[in-house]
Design a protein around this ligand. Structure first.
Ligand SMILES: Nc1ncnc2c1ncn2[C@@H]1O[C@H](COP(=O)(O)OP(=O)(O)OP(=O)(O)O)[C@@H](O)[C@H]1O
Ligand SMILES: [Mg+2]
Length: 339
């Protein structure tokens, strides 16, 4: 069976054609990075408008690259939660329109579950049961995953997501958007011990939670002191930027790795599956490898190209199709964040 998958939860307009045995027949991602970089973050209204312009060409290209026509598809799947309302609406309306025009069934995708499922697609191996860990621009959350259609939320951030903290700290340091790749590049020349930033809740062996808001504020005071600084006039040397970047990255990675081990210990599960944009961070990947190995756990991390938003990971919908979990046209978006 062949599925068209659509992803418009945030600022990537993406469509793919995948099969129920997880072959990728095509994948198109139209990034909006250049539209949002001047604001150092995603502007929801701009994102929604850009999705409107791109969604049909992106869907067309995905079908053409797969060398198929709409008639060849067995179902249309769309990410309807979580995300930005305007962005989600564009993808959902496009998916519904194709279903109405073709009579094909509609399938709902949870974007966070899809981030975890990227590990299943890439590894070619069964991943369930596992602890699913989504570290992205909007989320830092754990799930107890017993199957592709059974995810139970275990815990996560109580304020900022890890990716959001990377983006905001990068902006303070005068580094480009998106901040994650810029910080990890700068950190290569920095000393991770130069600044001692907080690791909230890390020693608390009960709390499966993160808080990155205070860490971000600690960086702000370290580089700009008290008062109302003009970050564009800070005049930090290249080495100072590198040291802050490396120390900040190490603090985030310590928290992410520490709580991932706690999630495995608490659930008794043996496999950790990690997805989302921050999972592209090389230091995080290295530290997760080391820690899982040390504690005797298995690890799957989404490959770089499937970490940030894409429609391929929407292949999780094939499991819903097989389970007969179809939607009717009353399917709505569920915007916002899972906390
Ligand atoms: N190498 C990296 N190191 C750290 N963070 C990174 C890296 N590469 C990308 N990121 C971060 O990943 C985030 C984007 O990831 P993703 O596209 O999965 O998020 P999102 O879809 O906006 O959020 P969500 O999935 O929660 O809805 C950005 O915050 C970006 O800074
Ligand atoms: Mg995402």
């Amino acid at each position: 069976m062949k599925l068209l998958t659509i992803e418009t939860t945030c600022d990537e307009t993406a469509a793919a054609v995948v099969t129920d045995d997880l072959q990728i027949l095509s994948s198109i991602v139209a990034s909006q990075e250049s539209l949002h970089e001047q604001f150092s973050g995603v502007v929801p209204e701009i994102a929604a408008r850009a999705h409107v312009e791109r969604i049909l060409p992106v869907v067309d290209q995905a079908i053409q690259r797969a060398d198929l026509t709409l008639d060849d598809l067995d179902a249309i799947a769309v990410a309807h939660t979580p995300g930005l309302s305007g962005s989600l609406l564009v993808g959902l309306v496009a998916a519904k329109a194709i279903c109405v025009a073709t009579g094909k069934p509609l399938i709902a995708i949870n974007h966070l579950h899809a981030h975890v499922f990227a590990c299943r697609i890439a590894s070619g191996k069964e991943i369930f049961p596992c602890v699913g860990f989504v570290v992205s621009g909007g989320h830092s959350n754990f799930f107890h995953c017993t199957g592709a259609t059974e995810f139970k939320h275990l815990g996560g951030t109580i304020d900022d997501a890890a990716g959001e903290a990377f983006d905001k700290v990068a902006s303070m340091l005068g580094l480009p958007y998106p901040g994650g790749p810029a910080i990890s590049r700068a950190a290569l020349k920095g000393d991770p011990k130069a600044f001692s930033f907080p690791r909230p809740f890390l020693r608390d062996k009960e709390r499966l939670e993160f808080s990155f808001s205070g860490l971000k504020t600690a960086v702000r005071y370290a580089i700009a002191g008290v008062g109302k600084p003009d970050f564009s006039k800070l005049n930090l040397s290249e080495q100072q930027v590198a040291d802050v970047a490396a120390s900040f990255q190490e603090a985030v990675v310590d928290c992410l790795v520490g709580k991932a081990m706690l999630a495995l210990q608490k659930t008794g599960l043996e496999l950790l599956c990690v997805g989302g944009g921050v999972a592209a961070n090389k230091r995080l990947r290295q530290r997760l490898q080391e820690s899982t190995q040390e504690h005797g756990y298995e690890l799957q991390i989404a490959p770089f190209e499937l970490c940030t938003d894409n429609a391929v990971m929407g292949a999780i919908a094939s499991e819903r199709l097989q389970a007969g979990m179809l939607e009717d046209l009353s399917l709505d978006i569920i915007p916002g964040l899972i906390r």
